[in-house]
Design a protein around this ligand. Sequence first.
Ligand code: GLA
Length: 437
Amino acid sequence: MSRCVLSALVAVITFILPVQAMDNGLALTPTMGWLHWERFMCNTDCDTDPHNCISEKLYMEMADVMVKDGWKEAGYEYVCIDDCWPSRERDPKGRLQADPKRFPGGIKKLADYMHSKGLKLGIYADVGTETCAGYPGSLGHYDTDAETFAQWGVDLLKFDGCNMPNWTLLAGGYINMSIALNKTGRSILYSCEWPLYEWQFHQPNYTAIQQTCNHWRNFADVYDSWSSVKTILDWTADHQNFIVPVAGPGGWNDPDMLVIGNFGLSRDQQETQMALWAIMAAPLLMSNDLRAIDSQSRQLLQNRHIIAINQDPLGKQGTRKVKVNGFEVWERPLSNGRQALAVTNRQEIGGPRNFPLILAILLTWKSCIPQCNVTQILPQYRELGVQVLFTKLQLPVNPTGTALLVISPATGKPCSKQQSKKWLRYLSKDKRQREVL
Ligand code: GLA
């Protein structure tokens, strides 16, 4: 088989039909920004904790730091309010209003502030009668609330799914809010939790979800712990056949916030979260205190190589390919025939273990005909140089840590006769044999 025939075969195999997603022109790559929930939760006590309570001051300070400390430059753009911002009562015209004590300037002032800094503002509401924390919900007010958010100049809506009188109303509620947002004429990115609230009753209709939302939460809230991050990764891998095919420019699976820079994850676990969120083409919404973040976490969150994987224009979500000997191997196809590869050491005992990476046994083999360039991004940046298909690389990975690589096709000499023979032998083995090689 000639190299040209092989290349043609590869081109056919990798041909992928475009996905039809929410078409408001937003989220062509996964959303990047900051969201208050995991770190600041429903802290409304501005009397005793003015520095951390949910108030306009918190978002303005976060925005200042985002501009000053390189976050905006790295791509983080949305500053997002979560639950607990409104008054307990709607105004006399039935509109949501911000708590006047904690947001004396109102949401419009906050949106103007963000825009003056080249940032965007996100807000939170709920499809049901009340938010998860018991503030007024939007049920029966979708048009009014969408209009209010548009008038304030809001750029993103996180729409939660608590307190819907009946789960069968969820789909209609989410779709109606999407229609209401579109009617306002303002571009408002629509972040849903629709599938998360439906999974407990039935398998959600991902086609409808993807046509309605710019991203959607599938699974439980992230906590500041390794066990939480692990459960999210396991859930995603276990459901990848349903959820990965629908992801693409305009619509993404949302495994929830990045908790890097907080208290619960070790250095290695933070790297695993960052690497795998990039492989999963996940929105990168940090929930941490950017005003007081350590420099290692900052460097990790601002790592331009990892962000480039996350934001890759091909927009294909990666998947877990192999679970072997306490390692997991995840792959994500990237533009220009490149691949991102993450190897996580899931063994929580012992020290660093070597993963023997043979390029030929992974899906990445396509990038290595006739040869490829291998770059390691995590835990350290290293150029591993030009490799061929049968190279075996030893990758040391710490417990709960991840080695992240990018594999790019490299031009080279056409295959020699000997190489072609090796190829034919390899290709003639059945797929199962190849997997265990
Ligand atoms: C739910 C959501 C969280 C957060 C809280 C707020 O639990 O999943 O992300 O928005 O509600 O109450």
